[in-house]
Design a protein around this ligand. Structure first.
Ligand code: SF4
Length: 480
């Protein structure tokens, strides 16, 4: 299973979004830096993107925004960025899991209300968005979009009328909204970062010269030459003003075991060069590979990773087992979002177009193939077959996560249970479907070790949801 940058177009899973905010105290324009930051977050969403900027010294409420469907380099031109003038801004890349894929649903959301203008970027999914939305609509609210993020923005705007500050309004809104949310909010004179009390999605603080940054993943800080300051804590509200950073931890859970970071960030979503809550994504993947080698050893000649997200785990397996690590696949990196998928009847397949096997590497050898997860299994079966066609003597499949058994309500588009290959099948039955000589998954209990003991969400594997799942299926609830 891989994302847009990888080969797998049939059964890719998607992260919902990436967020980026920047406030330059020296008054320098931030839009081009936000653009490069979003570029580094592109793996988190490829359907739409946008940037909203403002001047903290200018008239309150004057926000310049540009958003559209497509990748960052399709939506923005040098001229557009040149016209986005402002020293404070937020940016967003999006993939839709709740709410349809339309330009109206692109973010940041810009909201004019009694006290000025708010711009907001959201990563995650609320579990109580439909109820909150209905309640607001009964009270006369008119929504411009079909996304749950607008429900959050509405609540903040409504609370702001009563609250003394925008951060107090955010805190009041947080008491009503439930689910996964990492937010970056721009008010006329402040930038605010928020992480839900479970800490499902990452959010960290960076600094470059006299500017502060709030961003989903630390890799984007490296891209723009900023230093990592720290992660925003689960439940924390961070307010960045010229006077400095103010932290409100009143909604942080006292009992840290209640936190529930999405373990799938470590397994697959986040870039390996990111560090999430002090744990290197790369190290966690290498560790998963080591754990697989410890728990599911097999005699073989070569360990290979399915690019890109299987590579680090393959290295870990190799290091632990002593079996050489090698490259078995050559990837065509030019298959983008607008790639025309071959028809089912065609001889070509998306997988073959994106990926080819290095015959010389696998011919006559016993190969251990490592991938990060299996969703429906169609792609894995094809790759196993491709290895065999290229002359591999044996193909042993090792998966660096447990079997997917349950849907996610917090922002990942895991399909319904019936479509998951592991649903109602034994490992042996799955092995047969894949056509592999052996098959093993990472043990559930190893996930905690992957996150170095941090409290995690593993509901899609275990069914233990940190928040009661909604009674109605909210996933895609507002889709057309
Ligand atoms: S259910 Fe799975 S994908 Fe969803 S937040 Fe939990 S670990 Fe992440």
């Amino acid at each position: 299973m891989n994302n847009e940058w990888d080969f797998n177009l049939e059964e890719e899973l998607h992260e919902e979004c990436g967020v980026f905010g920047m406030y330059d105290f020296d008054g320098c324009d931030v839009s081009s830096t936000i653009y490069y930051g979003l570029f580094a977050l592109q793996h988190r969403g490829q359907e739409s993107c946008g940037i909203a900027v403002s001047e903290t010294e200018g008239p309150k409420g004057k926000v310049n925004a540009h958003k559209g469907m497509g990748l960052c380099n399709e939506v923005f031109t040098p001229e557009i960025l040149e016209n986005l003038r402002g020293n404070i801004g937020v940016g967003h890349v999006r993939y839709s899991t709740a709410g349809s894929s339309t330009r109206e649903n692109a973010q940041p959301l810009v909201l004019n209300y009694l006290k000025g203008t708010l711009a907001m970027a959201h990563n995650g999914n609320l579990v109580n968005a439909p109820e909150l939305r209905r309640e607001l609509e009964y009270n006369g609210a008119i929504f411009q979009t079909t996304i749950d993020s607008e429900v959050i923005a509405y609540h903040i705007a409504r609370e702001r009328v009563k609250a003394a500050t925008v951060e107090a309004a955010v805190a009041n809104a947080m008491k009503k909204i439930q689910g996964a949310y990492s937010l970056v909010i721009m008010s006329p004179r402040k930038m605010i970062g928020v992480r839900d009390p479970y800490g499902f999605k990452p959010l960290c603080i960076g600094k470059r010269d006299n500017a502060y940054i709030l961003v989903s993943e630390s890799c984007a800080l490296d891209t723009i030459g900023a230093e990592f300051v720290r992660d925003v804590r689960p439940g924390e509200i961070v307010t960045i003003t010229k006077e400095g950073i103010v932290s409100d931890t009143s909604l942080c859970p006292e009992d840290k075991s209640k936190e529930a970071r999405c373990i799938f960030e470590y397994i697959y979503f986040a870039r390996p060069d990111s560090v999430f809550d002090g744990v290197s994504v790369y190290h966690s993947r290498v560790w998963a590979g080591r754990a697989l080698a410890l728990d599911s050893p097999v005699e073989a000649d070569l360990v290979v990773g399915v690019p890109e997200s299987g590579n680090a785990a393959a290295l870990g397996y190799s290091l632990q087992s002593g079996i050489p690590y090698g490259t078995a696949f050559v990837k065509n990196s030019y298959v983008g979002r607008t790639f025309i998928k071959p028809k089912q009847s065609n001889r070509e397949s998306s997988v073959r177009i994106k990926l080819n096997v290095l015959r010389e590497a696998v011919m006559g050898r016993r190969v251990i193939m490592i991938d990060d997860s299996i969703v429906r299994g169609t792609t894995s079966a094809l790759i196993v077959n491709m290895l065999r066609e290229a002359g591999a003597k044996e193909v042993h499949v090792r998966i660096s996560s447990p079997p997917f058994l349950h849907p996610c309500y917090f922002g990942t588009d895991i399909p319904n249970e019936e479509q998951l290959i592991a649903h109602n099948r034994t490992i042996e039955e799955i092995r047969k479907v894949l056509g592999a000589d052996s098959l093993s998954y990472l043990k559930l209990e190893r996930l905690n070790e992957m996150a170095e003991g941090l409290p995690i969400c593993n509901a899609c594997f275990s069914g233990n949801y940190p928040i009661e799942p909604p009674k109605e299926d909210i996933r895609g609830e507002h889709s057309e």
